[in-house]
Design a protein around this ligand. Structure first.
Ligand code: ZN
Length: 144
């Protein structure tokens, strides 16, 4: 699979490092407790510089989705069509994600989702949000 890698940027390095270790972490304010994404050196709610990283629950709901049928970058030409999702996490953060190639998932706005960190290679892992039932059990299986 062709991957467009994230650029080197010190603010986001912990985000990618935690994903490479298999967990989704969010940038959080140590003063007011709010979570933010993308990471910021300043809390957007209380303007504190006292920020850090906390593990996310990985639980969220599907806010919206779209199917990309035209590659927005030449490196993605072999992947169209692909699904782009907009996910609202329990922590109050909204993230852009997608559905892994090869998965046939019936998406419905408002459905519960849970994060599954999928390793792309030895340096990169990405957070995907996949459907779960009301008990939190996965309703789809990630292909190898
Ligand atoms: Zn704050």
């Amino acid at each position: 699979m062709t991957v467009i890698r994230p650029g080197d940027e010190f603010l986001r390095e912990p985000y990618w490092q935690h994903l490479a270790e298999g967990t989704l972490h969010l940038n959080c304010c140590n003063d007011c407790g709010s979570a933010h994404h993308p990471p910021s050196p300043i809390c957007p709610k209380c303007r504190s510089f006292n920020t850090g990283w906390k593990p996310a629950t990985g639980k969220g709901t599907l806010k919206s989705f779209a199917v990309a049928r035209h590659a927005v970058h030449p490196l993605l030409a072999d992947q169209v069509p692909y699904v782009i999702t907009l996910v609202d996490l329990e922590e109050g953060v909204r993230m852009v994600s997608g559905i892994p190639q090869g998965m046939d998932v019936d998406l419905k706005i408002g459905m519960p989702l849970e994060c599954k960190v999928i390793r792309i290679d030895d340096r990169l892992a990405l957070p995907y949000f996949l459907p779960v039932d009301e008990a939190g059990n996965a309703t789809t299986e990630v292909p190898d």
